[in-house]
Design a protein around this ligand. Sequence first.
Ligand SMILES: O=C(O)CCC(=O)C(=O)O
Length: 282
Amino acid sequence: MSDVLKPKPFPALTPAQRLHLEIYGYVIIENLLNQSEIDTIKDTLYSIEDDFKRTGKLPGPNCFNTSTSDEFFRIDNLPHLAPCFFDYITHPHIVGMAEEIIGGPARLQQSDAHIRRPKKEKPLKYGFHRGINPAYSHYDKGLYHFSFIKALTNLTDLGPDDGGTTVIAGTHKVPTDIPQETIINAALEDPSMIHQVEAPAGSTLLFYESLIHAAGIIKSDKDRLLILGGYMPTMFQAWMGYDHDPDFVKTISDEHRALLTGEKKFSWPRSPRDLAVSAEEI
Ligand SMILES: O=C(O)CCC(=O)C(=O)O
């Protein structure tokens, strides 16, 4: 486990990546994790699932399962459960990107890791949803900043049949005045608006949580594993059930603790980037 937060790049996104996110509501950063990081997270996740199936026990305090079915195993609230989870959630590149989009210091709001397997039952439908109203946004230096950003990294290679995360491009700015079902039905009429992640293992999908998105539909016979962190400005609460583990945060650096607890709250210096500025070398 890495003890101190290494310098976060600023800006963390290239101008092209930042513009892609602005327009489509998401951007894919290929190969953010290396093979050894990917393998360690995958092994940890499979072993948590194996232990749960054998003993019915969770891997530690202050965590929970959103699903334990054969087709979808998900463990929630990760930082204290394994060093590889902590290293992902605090990864300087990921936190740097999150802060660039939020527009100031971030706190961890949510964290979870998933194993998805092909569904036996057909027909299959997308479970499109969004987690937060697009209204929680502001503009700074002409760029759209948002209060809830997710970094979702696929831990398996994703081809067209492997069920990568699927989004309705550009819906991050479509207000809730239009019912979600209406937006989804309109998009389904023209599949060019529905974008699905295809990327090598270790690639990170960065997206505004107001973007309408879904797990993709697995048509191959492969498992799909992922890990994700959700980040918000420090003055926001953690999502229900994702509060930090009080014993664990006593063991980490001040900077890491601040990221997990949001303890700086309203002490929130703004840091807008300029679109023309190149990304800092990582
Ligand atoms: O499984 C996925 O790719 C999407 C995960 C998801 O829906 C979410 O993070 O809200």
